[in-house]
Design a protein around this ligand. Structure first.
Ligand SMILES: O=c1ccn([C@H]2C[C@H](O)[C@@H](CO)O2)c(=O)[nH]1
Ligand SMILES: [Zn+2]
Length: 184
């Protein structure tokens, strides 16, 4: 009985938040942070980790309120493992989403982790330098824990002096998805 009620409550909150409280451009509300954290934790459960035994989950908040998640995907050739952060960005872009307002990241560790250098570069392609990135410890959703285990940084903190030498970057504009592709 407890589980379905909880699921209904989560669904209600999702609808309420995305309909009544769309994300704002300036920072993440406490609601958005909590919502993104829950999605990141859920995504972490899907991590494929037979080689590293290390699970990471990421949740990306799009401008329209949608959340796109990613989990880490190991590979026997360790170097081609894919990070959760990149999975989330690539999933979003391949679904026609290019505009984001926040990204939450969580791993199994009791301290927040920060994205690797490759992910920082990939994130900086699509996310503004001021975009908030809540980094979560594995206990950060536990209400019994006094220190909440969250550290908030921005894309600009993660990758200062990022690559800006192409024409597209002169206006810091990510081209929109072509209109005729929206209906596909
Ligand atoms: O920020 C990070 C660091 C590592 N990983 C994943 C990649 C690989 O599957 C595993 C071990 O590095 O953790 C991420 O998803 N994000
Ligand atoms: Zn990475």
């Amino acid at each position: 009985m407890f589980v379905p009620l909880r699921m209904l409550w989560n669904l209600f909150m999702e609808l309420r938040i995305s309909l009544l409280m769309p994300p704002s451009d300036s920072g993440l509300s406490e609601f958005d942070k909590h919502r993104l954290s829950m999605h990141a934790f859920k995504a972490k459960e899907k991590a494929y980790h037979p080689h590293s035994n290390f699970s990471v989950g990421a949740a990306l908040l799009c401008t329209d309120g949608q959340v796109i998640t990613g989990c880490s995907v190991d590979n026997a050739a360790y170097g081609v493992s894919t990070c959760a952060e990149q999975v989330a960005i690539v999933k979003a872009v391949s679904e026609g989403r290019r505009s984001f307002v926040g990204l939450a990241i969580v791993s199994d560790l009791s301290v927040p982790i920060t994205p690797c250098g490759v992910c920082r570069q990939v994130l900086a392609e699509f996310c503004d330098p001021g975009m908030p990135v809540p980094l979560l410890a594995n206990h950060s959703l536990n209400p019994d824990n006094n220190s909440r285990g969250m550290k908030e940084v921005t894309i600009g903190h993660l990758l200062p002096f990022g690559t800006e030498h192409t024409q597209a970057w002169e206006s810091r504009r990510i081209p929109d998805v072509p209109n005729d592709l929206h209906s596909l």
